[in-house]
Design a binder for this molecule. Structure first.
Ligand SMILES: NC(=O)c1ccc[n+]([C@@H]2O[C@H](COP(=O)([O-])OP(=O)(O)OC[C@H]3O[C@@H](n4cnc5c(N)ncnc54)[C@H](OP(=O)(O)O)[C@@H]3O)[C@@H](O)[C@H]2O)c1
Length: 239
């Protein structure tokens, strides 16, 4: 039996890609889940495959939303042991072509909402005396490329936030981890004119399940072990 059996996790961005796979992986490990994303129908579909699961559809940028997710976990399951802080979008553009409102909206989702979820989770974990926050960054949280400056800036922000929070809770039983995926085949870049898999010649991107296994590995570590950062790349992706 997994040590995660009956523990409770909140997963943001659970309606597709990485978040949906993490929900399936952690549900398979016996975790009880609170799942969120804006697409209600997708949440309903996912919930039919999972035993103990609460779904709440909504926009993660709504300031009261992280508190609602935590309350849902406590009302339904009596506790919250892990938060997978994952919801995000990716927009890229050259200086000439950029739509500043689209970029500003990305900053709200990838940074402001990420910060609100992180602080909501950690205040609860501090009071509870345990808990594990996993923030989703990216390989672009460690390096930049032309046209991806704002997206990379949002992920650099996730890195800075995670590292500072990890230091703050270091002497406690609370854990903070960051995962940095390379290219994963999800819906994230479906709106791109040229998909990064084609642009960078990556025939076999990661699957969302690859990231889900890594997240489960992070959560299954014994109490004394910390994994501050985990970078996960497809074999063909050079750094
Ligand atoms: N795919 C990659 O190559 C890759 C690489 C590195 C890092 N990442 C990161 O991994 C995370 C997950 O991305 P993914 O690849 O799984 O993409 P995805 O398939 O597009 O999933 C994104 C998720 O975020 C949710 N979301 C977006 N905006 C939201 C909002 N305003 N309110 C609530 N939920 C919102 C979406 O749900 P709704 O649309 O239903 O709201 C969806 O569930 C992101 O943080 C991304 O930056 C991805």
């Amino acid at each position: 039996m997994s040590e995660l059996q009956n523990q409770v996790a909140i997963i943001t961005g659970a309606t597709s890609g990485i978040g949906r796979s993490v929900a399936r992986e952690l549900g398979g490990a016996g975790m009880r889940l609170v799942l969120t994303g804006r697409r209600e129908e997708r949440l309903r579909e996912l919930a039919t495959d999972l035993d103990a699961c609460e779904t709440i559809a909504g926009d993660i940028t709504e300031p009261s939303f992280p508190g609602r997710l935590l309350n849902a976990a406590i009302d339904r399951f009596g506790r919250c042991d892990a938060v997978f802080n994952n919801a995000g979008v990716m927009h890229t553009a050259s200086i000439e072509e950029t739509d500043i409102e689209v970029m500003a909206r990305m900053v709200r989702i990838n940074v402001e909402a990420m910060v609100r979820v992180a602080y909501t989770a950690l205040k609860h974990f501090r009071t509870q005396g345990s808990g594990h926050l996993v923030n989703v960054s990216s390989i672009l949280g460690t390096k930049v490329r032309p046209t991806a400056g704002v997206y990379a800036a949002t992920k650099y922000a996730v890195e800075a936030l995670s590292e500072a929070l990890r230091m703050e809770v270091a002497k406690s039983a609370v854990k903070v981890s960051t995962i940095e995926p390379g290219l994963v085949a999800t819906e994230l870049q479906d709106h791109f004119e040229v998909h990064p898999a084609k642009a960078f010649g990556i025939e076999q991107p990661l699957k969302p399940e690859d990231i889900a296994r890594c997240v489960r590995f992070m959560l299954e570590q014994p109490a004394h072990v910390r994994i501050p950062v985990m970078m996960v790349l497809p074999g063909e992706q050079p750094l």
